[in-house]
Ligand binder design. Structure first.
Ligand code: DI6
Ligand code: FE
Length: 402
């Protein structure tokens, strides 16, 4: 009889494996876990004989894959509450940015803060996500905008790996720092900062901000070519405030994802479909900026582009400390179905991070990243705005929330 570490049973599983049942659901499921991975999952009636070290019964609760927040700017110094008030007074995000606020304000505060301070504040934010079942989170740099501070942010992000797995993105091309020559800055990021971050093992993915107030297609393409030469995957903040052809550019570089997409055209959607680029929807930023232009969800759906949903947690455009809130907003604002929203924070979010073979569904061979919920149906995860629904969670078979 096969010895295994753990059996989880007396539960209903939303495996999120595409297939016959909605949510890939299994009634009366059993999950066998060994050395951090799922080794068997199916109806309890069909289970082979196991000799488990431990058995956990979940009293009929639902189990889903651990949630994945695939787009955050979780590490930053200071706050931007004043800008929130200024926007309510009529100023726009672009106006604030052009006046030296916005990203640059966070850059000044992030340069100022030492590592322990950044860790302490980011960890408190992270605890909110872990408490709602997040087992993988992506964290970007991009508030340093100099070699030293970009590396500092990435070290902090790496350090936060623990209760949740941390995936890092290098976002050196986020804004041109104050009083700096644009071309010299882009050169520094491409020729110095990215190779240094890579050499120190601090970067998993390369990201950039393509926007009229940020970087151009030519600048982003140079960065992405460099990323490829270093063996790193890419992704892009695309078409958030205007149609800059970002989706198509990302697709042409084989990007893992293109994110935001409010202004993406049909041409962009089709390019993403062909390239297998995931669409990451960020309804927190859309809501906080009171935008009206919505991402082309119907076109993405029709073209078969996988859609992910993320918090975009950041001090400027998306002060959102809840991935479940992002799910609800994705349904309410962008008309995703609750099943699409859950796929967006599990299977498709894993794909957006290049982790599709490791996590994001409950299936034999995958990491045992799991969340157990006090809910009647999986749709309930997208129904409530806020509230505590998590009963327990596991990262790679290890209990996190217990
Ligand atoms: N798009 C966003 O929504 C965030 N970054 C980006 O490129 C905003 C970042 C900020 O305003 O601090
Ligand atoms: Fe972002």
């Amino acid at each position: 009889m096969q010895r295994i570490d753990l059996i989880i049973t007396d539960c209903r599983a939303a495996t999120m494996v595409p297939g016959e049942t909605p949510y890939g659901a299994i009634d009366d499921a059993l999950i066998a876990v060994h050395e951090g991975r799922i080794v068997w999952i199916g109806p309890r009636a069909e289970v082979p004989e196991f000799n488990p070290f431990a058995v956990t019964r979940l009293d009929g609760r639902w189990v889903t894959p651990g949630l994945i927040d695939c787009h955050t700017h979780l590490v930053f110094g200071g706050d931007r509450i004043g800008e929130f008030e200024a926007r309510l007074g009529g100023a726009t995000y672009e106006e604030i940015a052009l006046a030296g606020g916005g990203i640059r304000a966070s850059v000044a505060a992030t340069r100022e803060a030492d590592e322990p301070e950044l860790i302490r504040r980011a960890r408190r934010r992270l605890e909110n996500f872990v408490a709602e079942g997040v087992t993988t989170i992506e964290i970007k740099s991009g508030y340093g905008l100099d070699l030293e501070t970009e590396l500092k942010m990435l070290r902090v992000a790496r350090y936060l790996d623990g209760d949740a797995r941390v995936v890092t993105s290098f976002l050196g091309l986020h804004a041109v720092p104050k009083d700096q020559d644009r071309d010299a800055y882009v050169d520094m990021i491409i020729d110095e900062a990215l190779p240094a971050a890579r050499a120190q093992g601090l970067v998993d993915i390369v990201d950039a901000y393509l926007e009229s107030i940020a970087f151009s297609p030519a600048e982003v393409s140079r960065l992405f070519d460099k990323a490829r030469s270093l063996g790193l995957p890419v992704r892009l903040h695309a078409d958030q405030l205007s149609d800059g052809g970002g989706a198509a550019l990302a697709a042409s570089h084989g990007a893992l994802s293109a994110d935001h997409l409010e202004f993406t055209s049909q041409v962009g959607v089709e390019a993403m479909a062909r390239a297998g680029t995931v669409a990451v929807l960020l309804p927190g930023a859309f809501t906080a900026l009171a935008e009206t232009q919505k991402p082309p969800v119907a076109a993405l759906r029709a073209a078969g582009v996988p859609m992910a949903v993320a918090s975009d947690c950041n001090p400027g455009t998306s002060p959102l400390l809840s991935l479940r809130a992002a799910m609800m907003l994705a349904c309410a604002q962008f008309r995703l179905t609750p099943q699409e929203a859950l796929a967006g924070v599990t299977r498709n979010a894993a794909m957006a991070l290049g982790l599709g073979s490791e996590t994001g569904t409950l299936a034999a061979g995958k990491l045992a990243d799991m969340a157990c919920w006090d809910i009647e149906r999986p749709a309930e995860l997208s129904y409530w705005l806020g509230g505590r629904l998590l009963s327990r969670s596991w990262r790679a078979g290890r209990p996190v929330v217990a």
